[in-house]
Design a protein around this ligand. Sequence first.
Ligand code: MLT
Length: 396
Amino acid sequence: MVKRNPHFLNLSESYLFPEVMRRVRHYQQNHPEVELLSLSIGDTSEPLTRSATLGLLNQAEKLGTREGYKGYGLEQGEFLLREKITEVFYPNLIDPDEIFVSDGAKCDIGRLQLLFGQTAALAVQNPTYPVYVDTSTVVGNRSISYLPCTPENGFFPDLSKLADVDLLYLCSPNNPTGSVITKPQLQDLVSWAQSKKAFIIFDAAYSGFIQDPTLPRTIYEIPGADEVAIEVSSFSKLIGFTGVRLGWTIIPKKLRFENGHPVHKDYTRFVTTFFNGASVIAQAGGLAALSLEGLEEMRQMLAFYLENASLIRQELQRQNLTVYGGDNAPYLWVKCASKPSWDLFQTLLEKTGIIATPGIGFGSQGEGYLRFSSFGSRPHILKALERIRTAWPQDW
Ligand code: MLT
C-alpha cells in the first residue's frame, strides 16, 4: 500500500478559499433565493486590457502557422519579456537574466519551498498569505515563526524578535492587511537580513496598486537588497491574468548560499527540471500589456479597483468600523466585533449575502477581522455597498 505523505497531517483539511466556498455552498443550499455578493477571494473581474488581448490573439494565430509555430520556449521565459519587465519595473536595478518568468506567484512560492527544502527556518508575518505556510508545511518544514503585524506596530514585524531565521516572507502591499512597508522599514529589513545572513522572500504581487510615490514598489530599490532578497511578482492583478497565468521571480546573481554557491544556479537547475516555461501565448499577452498603450490601460484598471476600495472603505467607516488598507492595495482589513472571525463571516453572509474572508484564515492575529477585496464590477460593488448600508449587523 502507498503511504500518505505524513506532512499532509499538518495541513488543515482545505485551503482557505475552498473552505470559504464550502460554507457558502452550504448556506446557499438552504437559501437559494439569496443573491450572494463575493468580496472574498481577490479575483479580478474586469475584462483583459485591449493590448493584452491582442498580444494573446496574435501569438495564438502565429502558432497556427508553419512559420510562426514554436514548441517549448525557454524555461526561464522569453528574453523580450524579461527585458521588458526589467525596463518597466526594475530600471537599472536588476538584469533580465535574473528574472524567471512563470505561471504565477503562487506556484513560484511553492517552487521556492522546494528549492530551500525542509530544513530552512522560516518566519512569516501574522496575519499572512496562507500559501507561504501551507507550501512549506507540505515540504515537511516545521520551523515557522509567526511575527505579529497588528495596528499597534503599524503592521510591521518587530525585527528584534527575529532569531535564527533563514527565510523571512514579506508581502507588500500586504495581503491581507493592505498595509505597505515604507522605504526606511525596508532598509531596516535589508540591514537585518545582511547582519543575520538570512534571505527575504519579498512578495510584490500587489505593487501595481501603490499610489504614494514615496513607498517602495520593489525591494531592489534598497541598495544591497540584491545580496539578500528574492522577489516574487505577478501579472494576475496588474492586467487581470488570474486565469491566463503569468508571473515572475527574481533571483539576483549576487545571492549566495552560506558556502558561496549562487542561488541563481540552483534555481536554474530547478526550473529547467520542474518546469517547461510559461505558456508562450500568456507571455506574448504580458509583453503586449507592457507597451506604452498597455501600461496606460493597466494604470486605468488598477485605478478602477482602487476606486472600488475607496467606496467600500467609506461605507464601512459609515458603520463606525475601523478600516485599514485599501489606499495602496486592493484589500481592506476591517476590525469587527470581538467575535471569532468565522462567526463574523457567517453572520455577515446571513444578514447581507456578502461573502468576506475571515481574518483567522490568515493567522491568529486575524481573529476579529474580516478582509474585503475590492475586485468586482462597479454594479457588483454598488450592490454590496447598498447591503452594507441597509443590513450591516447592528451589534458590531
Ligand atoms: C487572495 O484572495 O488572497 C488571492 O487572490 C489568492 C491568490 O492570489 O492566491
